[in-house]
Design a protein around this ligand. Structure first.
Ligand code: NAD
Length: 247
């Protein structure tokens, strides 16, 4: 049985990924932090299509909640075989002079510590070293990790740089234990994240500078994630797929 956990799956890229994985036969743990109604709508859609899914409330930055989430997933669906580390946050555009320690810590605790904690719990369950059957992890980073997001959100970009390095290191650390770890780096994707993170008109401005002249859809990112998780990618680990319209 293929069992996936997708963090931040009540909307955006996480939602599209949870729906696609369910279509592909995964039983899916739909993690959310506060929007229970939105998470439930993902579950309902999966159930209506004949799939299997449960909602899992947890703040990925909270160690006890992450541990409890993996435990519940194991009890209700079975041991995780695929983890999609997707939940992330982005705050208003700001230059470095105005970045508060509170904001920096919040970004790092979700986008970095949260990813580490979920990887740790997944590895404990998947690893051949602990009697597990193996598995695959996909981390959702960002083109910002390459570009740095100067004058906009260097805190967010740096957090995604850490996700990239986590992917590289962990892929090597667990390769011999049946676990593949890969990464997708989306560019401009049409989700609600931009409602909180940019000045009005930013999306159109960024879009105009992209070689493909358009942003991406969450479903286009979900396709790459599902491929990296699948047996079709059985010899792929430590890899990065850019989903950024050419930039
Ligand atoms: P989104 O804001 O729609 O979704 C993010 C989800 O993460 C939300 O459901 C949110 O509630 C959840 N979340 C936030 N903090 C959480 C926490 N502590 N615990 C559990 N869940 C939490 O945005 P999205 O665009 O779908 O983003 C998904 C991922 O893609 C993020 O990691 C983001 O950084 C990355 N990304 C997005 C874009 C883009 O243009 N939209 C580009 C590059 C990378």
């Amino acid at each position: 049985m293929k069992i996936a956990l997708v963090t931040g799956a009540s909307r955006g890229i996480g939602r599209a990924t949870a729906l696609l994985l369910a279509q592909q036969g995964y039983a899916v743990g739909v993690n959310y932090v506060n929007n229970e109604t939105a998470a439930q709508s993902v579950i309902d859609e999966i159930h209506q299509a004949g799939g299997k899914a449960i909602a899992l409330k947890a703040d990925i930055a909270d160690e006890a909640q992450v541990v409890a989430m993996f435990k519940r997933l194991g009890e209700e669906l079975g041991p995780v075989t695929a983890l999609v580390n997707n939940a992330g946050i982005l705050f208003q555009q700001m230059t470095i002079e105005n970045l508060s320690a509170e904001r920096i810590n919040k970004v790092l605790s979700t986008n970095v510590t949260g990813y580490f904690l979920c990887c740790r719990e997944a590895v404990k369950i998947m690893s051949h070293r602990h009697g597990g059957k193996g598995g695959a992890i996909v981390n959702v980073s960002s083109a910002a990790a390459r570009l740095g997001a100067p004058g906009e959100y260097v805190d967010y970009a740096a957090s995604k740089g850490a996700v990239d390095t986590l992917t590289t290191g962990l892929a090597l650390e667990v390769a011999a234990y049946g676990i593949r770890v890969n990464c997708v780096r989306p560019g401009l994707i049409y989700t609600e994240m931009h409602a909180s993170g940019g000045e009005p008109g930013r999306v159109d401005r960024v879009k105009a500078n992209l070689p493909m002249q358009r942003g991406g859809q969450p479903e286009e990112v979900a396709e790459a994630i599902s491929w990296l998780l699948s047996d079709s990618a059985s010899y792929v680990t430590g890899s990065f797929i850019e989903l950024a319209g050419g930039k």
